[in-house]
Design a protein around this ligand. Sequence first.
Ligand SMILES: [Ca+2]
Length: 227
Amino acid sequence: MTCKSAFAALFFIVTLAADASATTIRTPADPALAGASLIDFADQTPGAFTSRVIADVTFTALDGRQLWIRDAGADPYSSTGLNLETELLSSAFEIAFDSPVSAFGMWWGGANLDWTVTLFNNATQLETLTFYGGDPRGPQQDPALATYREFYGATGNGITSVRFDAVPGYSPIIGGLVETDWIKIDDVRWVTAAEPPTSDPAVPEPASLLLMGSGLMAIYSRRRRRQ
Ligand SMILES: [Ca+2]
């Protein structure tokens, strides 16, 4: 093993240990959401706002516009009673968690557009996903098959915030190009990430892998000196 390839292998092992990629969640029954905390907005004061803290979660409009909490009455979408809405007001917003989470999810109702969903661990971007709307050709391929009451969420390695950006697109329902989207979010669920284990010998941490790596390097250079 050359010095260079030893370093490459070590880098690969450390990267592998530190990274776990995100997956999309499509049902509140997903095992990743077992024991999740829940916000159903039922105890909230209705109204428009730019930022609001509920339990350990902060909801913020990011485009200088506003979000709503309100009850639009019986509808064919996903919400029950009070819920969070963008109502053509906001094309970008953020959900931030006080403590890193391993998974989150929510009812995602009435989306016409696709939304780009970016997961962050503080300033580090973890993953970018798409929550599909009903109108553009999303995974349903046929708008007639879109339910407009989807459940969407994701798992991730220590998610501290999630940014949602509407992807402008043609809406056959609205009959033109739309840049903002009226979505209704309810029953926001999240699971606080477990503290990383400190003394589990079965799962080597990046630090111990580094030590292991430097051991390999020591053996390598001793062998080299002998030659
Ligand atoms: Ca509700």
